[in-house]
Design a protein around this ligand. Structure first.
Ligand code: FMN
Length: 192
C-alpha cells in the first residue's frame, strides 16, 4: 500500500510549496521602462506579503491569463496605442467575442501623460474594461498616474500599499493565515 504525505506530494509534483507562499502573476507593457520597473518592484516586494511573483510582458499573457490567482497588469499608452510588448495582448482582448475570461481576477495600473488629452490612459482603460466585459473580476478599481504632474513612482507605491495588497490579502489570503491557504493548494493524495 502506497501512501504519500501532503508535503512530499507537493515537492514531487512541483506545485507551490506552503513555505514559499501563494502566487501572483504580474504582466507589463512598457517601451521606456517605467511600467517594467513598477512590475519588478511589485514582484520584489511580494514575498514580504507571503506571495511568490512571476513577471512577464503583456504579450506573454495572450491566451494565457492565469485563473484564480491575482493578476496585475501594468501598462502605458503611446499615441493611444499599446507598447511594443503589449500589442498582441491588446489585440486579443479587443477581439474576443464571448465571456472567455471567467475566473480571471485582475488589477490594472496605468501610466499616462495628460498632454495626450484625447488618448490619456487609453490602453489601461481599454484593458480594464474589456477584461471585465469578458468575464474577469476586478480585485481593485483601475489605478492611474500622470507623468505630467505626478511623482509616478510614489503614486504607484501608495496604490500598492494602500489599495492593491490589502485587497489581495482580503480576497486571496495572506501568509499570516497559513491554514486558510491550504485548500487553495489543491493537495492530492495517491490512493492505495
Ligand atoms: N500617455 C497617455 O496616457 N496616452 C498617450 O496616448 C500617450 N502617448 C505618448 C506618446 C509618446 C511619444 C510618449 C513619449 C509618451 C506618451 N504617453 C502617453 C505617456 C507615456 O505613456 C508615459 O510616459 C508612460 O509612463 C511610459 O511608460 P513606459 O516607460 O513604461 O513605456
Amino acid at each position: 500500500e502506497k501512501t504519500s504525505s501532503p508535503a512530499a506530494e507537493l515537492q514531487s509534483n512541483g506545485t507551490a510549496a506552503i513555505s514559499t507562499g501563494r502566487k501572483i502573476a504580474i504582466f507589463y507593457g512598457s517601451n521606456s521602462g517605467t511600467c517594467e520597473f513598477m512590475a519588478q518592484k511589485l514582484a520584489s516586494g511580494a514575498s514580504a506579503h507571503g506571495y511568490v511573483a512571476s513577471v512577464d510582458i503583456l504579450d506573454a499573457a495572450k491566451e494565457q491569463l492565469p485563473r484564480d490567482i491575482p493578476v496585475v497588469l501594468i501598462t502605458a499608452s503611446y499615441e493611444g496605442q499599446p507598447t511594443q510588448n503589449a500589442s498582441h495582448f491588446v489585440n486579443w482582448v479587443e477581439n474576443m467575442k464571448s465571456e472567455e475570461l471567467g475566473g480571471v481576477k485582475y488589477a490594472v495600473w496605468g501610466c499616462g501623460h495628460g498632454d495626450w488629452v484625447n488618448t490619456y490612459q487609453k490602453i489601461p482603460i481599454l484593458i480594464d474594461k474589456n477584461l471585465q466585459k469578458l468575464g474577469g473580476t476586478r480585485i481593485v478599481p483601475l489605478g492611474t498616474t500622470d507623468a505630467k504632474d505626478r511623482d509616478m513612482f510614489s503614486d504607484f507605491e501608495t496604490w500598492e500599499d494602500q489599495k492593491l495588497w490589502p485587497a489581495i490579502k482580503q480576497q486571496f489570503g495572506s501568509s499570516e493565515s497559513a491554514e486558510a491557504s491550504l485548500p487553495a493548494l489543491e493537495l492530492s493524495f495517491s490512493s492505495p
